[in-house]
Design a protein around this ligand. Structure first.
Ligand code: PLP
Length: 401
């Protein structure tokens, strides 16, 4: 079976079509970037080779079938493992799928999972759509972690944190949370999308599993969906087995796009951070802004934990308007912005704005007495242009002080 090109047996065109063009023989060096390897079927030299590869692919990284990954996705898995300081990584079609597979891989009926109140809001949908019907108990703890220990149950198998939290970036003391959970026999999984493995590294702080939406900063260009789950060695097998069981895989083209985005990750983040801090400073001076949310601001409640555990901030900045700001003024402010796209997600090179429905996004912390919150993602544009755009939108909306 090995010598595809030397075989003179096939002559009819339909037969030749499946044998031609297999061997890209050329002299020279190699491409800087890993090639896209697209594959469903992977062919073996002989039956002994096939048997050997199948026997080993559970434990080892073996190219054996497209659903189990290709050299392109393996390259990205290795890069993410290095970023996260992980044993190994699995790639999933979206960040949300990565969160779902994490819950599915480590929890079974009768278990309890304690989730952060600051979790990415669609996680609440997973609790209702999957955990509840499948008999997995869940409850939420305050985003700063202050009540986590009191909320632990004898059957708590997982503490699921997101730090900094979605929308307003609450910080929890992750090393303390991990120590508490481990002492009670629970594992810790963290949504690390904010930190992107650059500004925050949950596994180094004691977590067992770190999840990222590579859709955001890793890809960095708002044109690909992907999730990653990186684990310690002890936590690897349940995840790998469940992902294989369900045929979870990603397209090699998408893996290639994320790999390409990843090359500029830290350079982009430095610029996002610098621009976001400039915008945050400007927002802080506006009479109609009650609070600016960004963990790198000394006024942020989690500032000291951020200073200790993070290596910087990113392009995300949110702000609170005065209580009782009419909804149409919030809409007017958002709709007046010319350089900010109105849309969900973030992490691309471009600036975005979106209203943040805090009362729906939190259940432990009561937000009903607070003003409307707007989230900005500050992109790579000139921050002076962004500030000028914000200034004209604020002026037009004529908000109260
Ligand atoms: C966007 C996001 C996700 C989900 O990622 P998708 O790829 O859009 O499914 C998960 N967690 C956080 C914190 C996010 O911001």
């Amino acid at each position: 079976m090995k010598q595809e090109n030397d075989k003179p047996i096939a002559t009819a065109l339909p037969t030749r079509l499946s044998h031609m063009g297999k061997s890209p023989a050329f002299a020279g060096g190699s491409a800087v970037n890993p090639p896209i390897v697209r594959a469903s079927t992977v062919v073996f030299d002989d039956t002994a080779h096939q048997r050997d590869m199948r026997a080993r692919r559970g434990k080892e990284r073996i190219f054996s079938y497209g659903a189990r990954g290709t050299p392109t996705s393996f390259a990205l898995e290795d890069a993410v493992s290095e970023l996260e300081g992980a044993y190994r990584t699995r790639l999933l079609p979206t960040g949300l799928a990565a969160i779902g597979m994490t819950l599915l891989s480590y929890l079974k009926p009768g278990d309890h999972v304690l989730l952060s109140d600051s979790a990415y809001q669609p996680v609440r949908h997973i609790t209702e759509q999957f955990l509840r019907p499948y008999g997995i108990e869940f409850s939420f703890f305050a985003a700063d972690g202050s009540d986590a220990e009191a909320r632990m149950q004898p059957n708590t198998r997982m503490v699921y944190a997101e730090c900094p939290g979605s929308l307003v970036y609450e910080m929890c003391d992750l090393p303390a949370l991990c120590a508490m959970a481990h002492a009670r026999g629970a594992m810790v999984a963290v949504d690390n999308t904010w930190g992107s493995g650059v500004q925050y590294r949950p596994l180094a702080l004691g977590a067992d599993v770190s999840v990222m939406a590579a859709t955001k900063y890793l890809s960095g260009h708002s044109d690909v969906m992907m999730g990653t789950v990186a684990t310690t060695e002890a936590m690897w097998e349940p995840l790998a087995e469940r992902c294989d069981a369900f045929g979870m895989t990603v397209s090699p083209d998408d893996a290639w796009l994320v790999l390409r985005g990843l090359r500029t990750l830290s350079a982009r983040l430095k610029v996002h951070e610098q621009h976001a801090l400039e915008v945050a400073e400007w927002l802080g001076k506006q009479p109609s802004v009650r609070t600016v949310f960004c963990p790198a601001l000394p006024t942020h409640p989690g500032y000291h934990i951020w200073l200790r555990d993070c290596d910087g901030t990113n392009g995300l900045v949110s702000f609170e308007l005065p209580v009782n700001t009419p909804a149409d003024k919030v809409d007017l402010l958002i709709d007046s912005l010319q350089l900010f796209g109105l849309g969900a997600s973030w992490g691309g090179y471009e600036s975005l704005v979106t209203p943040a429905a805090m009362t729906q996004a939190r259940s432990v912390t009561d937000w009903s007495a607070r003003g409307p919150v707007i989230r900005l993602h500050i992109g790579l544009e000139d921050p002076n242009d962004l500030i000028a755009d914000l200034a004209q939108a604020f002026a037009g909306a004529q908000l109260a002080e």
